[in-house]
Design a protein around this ligand. Structure first.
Ligand SMILES: Cc1cc2nc3c(=O)[nH]c(=O)nc-3n(C[C@H](O)[C@H](O)[C@H](O)COP(=O)(O)O)c2cc1C
Length: 356
């Protein structure tokens, strides 16, 4: 029904407009008890066999939403209705910023892909803290109650106008301000749409960012895991540098991977691709590389560090392959757009089948 009827209608609108409509629909569904319970029944699958203990916390299932969908942490209560075991909100920056001019999000249906150059559009950390505050006060129950609260991760990034030398201060500000509101934190240094950001994935720059964060965490009562999100465009040697930082400090894990600037092997015409312009590519064309990176990181770290797989999970088999390659959890984004709201449940169903 989604692919035959709903998706063709949604795809008539611009990608960003569809996103806004989806957010509106989710909020509305969250407010109407009958709709909410129908949606929940349709899309969620609760089974103790799906539960995972990762990063020192319990996930109701290993399928989460990747960063970028809920940039302002304004939908984390509603999104679990779609069967997600966790939601990564953000990227949140210290100050609000508009992001790049529209259009900045494009569909590539023949490739089951998206290209985006959103540029960290978000309302800033004070707004995110306000939105997440109810969690801290024990208001963690999603609309309708009953369903266990999903884990909420917060993905953080520097403001576009912050010069590279001041980037570590941005990350520290975000970590301090949002510390009480997230279950885990992701240092995003891999978005290709913020100039100079990806160059912070070197050992030197990463240490400059994470060491003050680790220092701050040492003084806190609660332990909040810190992960680093990496680009699929890094060479093996560059990935080794990130691994060195993770294994050499108390950084807890890796999110692999962000979007790619690669354009090899796409079905879309050269002309259309040129008209779209720069941006990060996600979805189908990313599957192979993401899997390869997850496997590499898993092998290099001896399986000792949690890996959240993100990138090109477009089918149930892609999700299972990521978990087989060593991922502890998987995230979906483009796959959700192309498969519809039942995608997480489908993956969970396959996991149960595999286990039985
Ligand atoms: C429209 C859009 C916005 C995104 N924004 C962010 C972001 O703000 N921060 C981030 O770390 N990743 C962001 N991503 C990357 C996703 O979190 C994910 O890593 C990437 O899309 C690969 O997964 P996928 O192939 O399942 O979509 C964004 C992706 C898309 C499509």
């Amino acid at each position: 029904m989604y692919k035959k009827i709903i998706r063709p209608i949604l795809f008539r609108f611009s990608a960003e407009r569809t996103h806004a409509m989806t957010a509106w629909g989710l909020r509305l569904a969250g407010r109407l008890p009958v709709v909410r319970s129908v949606v929940k029944r349709m899309f969620t699958l609760s089974d103790p066999r799906l539960e995972r203990e990762v990063l020192g916390m319990k996930f109701t299932n290993p399928v989460g939403l990747a960063a970028g969908f809920d940039k302002d942490a304004s939908l984390y209560r509603e999104l679990p209705m779609l069967g997600l075991g966790f939601v990564e909100v953000g990227t949140v920056t210290p100050l609000p910023q508009p992001g790049n001019p529209q259009p900045r999000l494009f569909r590539l249906p023949k490739d089951r892909a998206l290209i985006n150059r959103m540029g960290f559009n978000n309302r800033g950390m004070a707004n995110a803290a306000d939105n997440l505050r109810s969690r801290q006060r024990g208001g963690m129950e999603p609309p309708g109650g009953g369903h266990p609260t999903p884990v909420v991760g917060i993905n953080i990034g520097k403001n576009t106008l912050t010069p590279p030398a001041e980037a570590p201060a941005d990350y520290l500000k975000l970590f301090r301000r949002l510390y009480d509101f997230g279950d885990y934190f992701v240092v995003n240094v891999s978005c290709p749409n913020v100039a100079g950001l990806a160059s912070m994935q070197t050992e030197e720059h990463l240490l400059e960012i994470v060491e003050p964060m680790l220092e701050f965490r040492r003084g806190q009562n609660d332990y909040k895991p810190i992960l680093v999100k990496i680009s699929p465009d890094l060479s093996w040697a560059e990935i080794d540098e990130v691994i060195k930082v993770v294994t050499g400090t108390l950084v807890d894990g890796i999110v692999a991977v962000n979007t790619t600037t690669e354009r090899e092997g796409l079905h879309i015409s050269r002309k259309k691709l040129d008209a779209i312009g720069r941006g990060g590519l996600s979805g189908g064309p990313l599957t192979r590389r993401a899997l390869e990176v997850v496997r590499y990181v898993h092998e290099k770290t001896g399986g000792g560090y949690p890996i959240i797989a993100s990138g090109g999970v477009m089918t149930v088999d892609d999700a299972l392959a990521m978990l087989d390659a060593g991922a502890d959890l998987v995230q979906i984004y483009t796959g959700l757009i192309y498969n519809g709201p039942g995608f997480a449940r489908k993956i969970c169903k396959a996991l149960l089948k595999k286990e039985s």
